[in-house]
Every structure is written in structure tokens, then in C-alpha cells.
Design a protein around this ligand. Structure first.
Ligand code: AMP
Ligand code: FES
Ligand code: ZN
Ligand code: ZN
Length: 306
């Protein structure tokens, strides 16, 4: 039986990639400390800055919100209700989890954006109307990114934090490498600075944690979260990439971490330097004002054209 590094009690979690084990009493403190280190080493934000946490109702983002509050940050939440309901009331349930988390913490507030109320259609409805969109997931990321950026700027938050963990980032990296998506590879990083084109600063303070670690944190801290995956994500390549990486991790513990963390190191050392000839011209969307590579209106605004 493994023992806690801190107190020698039987371990509740063993992290083979770190050769580290903790009991249920000491694991949350380790997560909080590691997150604090990550925030400082990447200069994500300071204590005087208000942070907006994008919460999906899942374990990662609610655990992140919890950790930031534990660390004394002024962290509020943003939930984007896409109206997803494949007979499972997915959005309603996840919205309820986020709202319950916020209600139990009176010093914070949760901003809810209801896509159907704001734009007239749910994610599934707009995806069905647009013939060139094969499945809702194809535009879900686009809608979430646009709305996260909009609300962060409109509500005056200097930074937006998402709950992406190492499993998410490693799966994204695998997808980007498989298809040699050089643009995405150049941009993949735990901190994206704000820029003059109207992009808010975005950070991923959980990018060094395995998914099982954020799940263990949420469980030990008694955070109630939605366990189900988005019903539209069934069969998504990101899920297949996660499974592949988990098989490799099983065969050789630490593989997932090496793959992603060494990518970050290699980038720091100069891999994927900006391509000199790359000149992306950004325009301002005539409707919403966000930056876009499109000529007049951005892809998000064109979604709602009838
Ligand atoms: P996903 O894209 O579902 O893997 O989620 C990655 C991160 O995006 C989560 O950890 C959240 O921080 C954020 N996120 C996902 N869905 C939502 C949502 N509906 N509303 C707000 N934030 C979200
Ligand atoms: Fe995008 Fe579900 S529709 S993850
Ligand atoms: Zn202990
Ligand atoms: Zn627009």
C-alpha cells in the first residue's frame, strides 16, 4: 500500500508520472500549491486582477474556480448555455451544477449567457439550418470562444481562465501534429496574451494536471459536477486521441506528460518560430467588433444570418 508523501497515511491517489502519492487530506493542498506555481511561472495574472473562469459545469472548470478562490483570487464564473438537449437535458443540468456551485459561494457571481435567448437559436438549431455544418461540435468551439471573449471584455475582466487539463492539451497536440497544423501548433500555449485586435488574455492554469487528478480534487472537495460528456461529442476525434494517449500512458506512465510538457519546452527553445512570410491580415467585424480574418462580418456573426 502506498503512503502519503506528507503524513504516511494510506494514499488516496498515486501519480505515477511524478512518483508521488497523497492521502485525501493532503492531495487538495498539493493541487492548490501546484496551481499557484503554474500561475506565477507563466505570469498568468496577479492578485489585484479579477479573473473570469469559464465554467462548463464539469469537474475541471469547477475545480479550477474552487482552487482560485482557495488561493484568494477574485474569481467569477461564466457559463455559456448552448441549449444542448439530446433527450438528456445536458445544458440544463450543467448550468444547474455551475449555478449551485456559485450559490454556495456568496462572494462570487456567475454570469450566464443563454445563446438561444441572445441570438434566437440553440446550437443544434443553427447547426441544422446551416447545411454546410455537419455536426453541432463544428461550431460549438467557435460560439464559445466568441462569447467568452465578448463577455470578458464587456464586463471588464483582464483575463479569462479555462479548465483545460493536460489530457485536453495533449489530445489537441496529437491532433495538431497528426495533421501538421502549423498555425495551431504555433499558437498552442497555456497563456494567450491580450492583443490590440480585441482578443482578451486567456490562460489555462490546469494545463499540467492529468484529468484523473482534477477529478480526484473535485471528488475530495465535494464539488458536484456533471459527469456526462456532451452528447454531440460522441465519436469526436479528440476523444479517440485521448484514448490513444491513455493506452500509451498505461504502457509507459508519464508518456502523456512528456509529450505535452516537452512540446512546451521545445517551443520555448525555438521550435515553431513565427513563419516570416506569414502575414495574417485581421479585420474588425462590422457587426460585433471582434477581430476576424473575414472581410466584413466574422464567422460567428454570419452564423445567425437567415
Ligand atoms: P471543452 O471545450 O468542453 O473541453 O472545455 C474546455 C474548457 O472550456 C472548460 O474547462 C471550460 O473552462 C470551458 N467551457 C466549456 N464549455 C463551456 C460552457 N458551456 N460555458 C463556459 N465555459 C465552457
Ligand atoms: Fe460541442 Fe458538444 S456540441 S462539445
Ligand atoms: Zn497525508
Ligand atoms: Zn462578428
Amino acid at each position: 500500500m502506498r503512503q502519503c508523501r506528507q503524513c504516511a497515511a494510506p494514499a488516496a491517489i498515486h501519480m505515477r508520472q511524478h512518483r508521488l502519492a497523497f492521502c485525501a487530506a493532503h492531495f487538495p493542498a498539493w493541487v492548490v500549491k501546484q496551481t499557484s506555481r503554474t500561475i506565477r511561472s507563466h505570469r498568468m495574472f496577479g492578485h489585484s486582477e479579477r479573473v473570469l473562469v469559464a465554467v462548463s459545469g464539469g469537474k475541471d472548470s469547477l475545480a479550477l474556480w474552487d482552487v482560485l478562490l482557495e488561493l484568494g483570487y477574485q474569481a467569477d464564473g461564466l457559463y455559456i448555455d448552448l441549449g444542448i438537449d439530446a433527450g438528456d437535458a445536458y445544458s440544463a443540468t450543467s448550468r444547474h451544477k455551475a449555478a449551485a456551485f456559485a450559490a454556495a459561494r456568496p462572494d462570487t457571481r456567475l454570469i450566464i449567457v443563454d445563446i438561444a435567448a441572445c441570438y434566437g437559436e440553440t446550437l443544434a438549431e443553427v447547426a441544422r439550418r446551416k447545411r454546410d455544418i455537419q455536426r453541432p461540435c463544428a461550431i460549438c468551439g467557435l460560439i464559445k470562444r466568441h462569447e467568452m471573449n465578448r463577455v470578458t471584455l464587456e464586463e471588464g475582466y483582464p483575463v479569462l481562465a479555462t479548465g483545460h487539463n493536460l489530457d485536453d492539451e495533449a489530445a489537441t497536440l496529437l491532433g495538431n501534429v497528426l495533421y501538421w497544423q502549423s498555425g495551431y501548433l504555433r499558437r498552442q500555449w497555456p497563456v494567450l496574451p491580450a492583443d490590440e485586435t480585441g482578443l482578451a488574455r486567456k490562460v489555462k492554469p490546469f494545463h499540467r494536471f492529468y484529468e484523473r487528478e482534477t477529478a480526484a480534487y473535485a471528488l475530495i472537495r465535494g464539488i458536484d459536477y456533471i459527469h456526462a460528456e456532451c452528447p454531440h461529442a460522441v465519436g469526436a476525434s479528440s476523444i479517440a486521441h485521448k484514448q490513444t494517449l491513455n493506452q500509451m500512458e498505461h504502457a509507459k506512465p508519464g508518456t502523456k506528460m512528456q509529450f505535452y510538457i516537452n512540446f512546451l519546452r521545445a517551443k520555448k527553445e525555438g521550435l515553431f518560430v513565427p513563419f516570416e512570410d506569414e502575414q495574417i491580415t485581421l479585420n474588425t467585424c462590422a457587426q460585433c467588433g471582434q477581430s476576424t480574418t473575414a472581410e466584413a462580418r466574422c464567422t460567428f456573426c454570419r452564423l445567425w444570418e437567415v
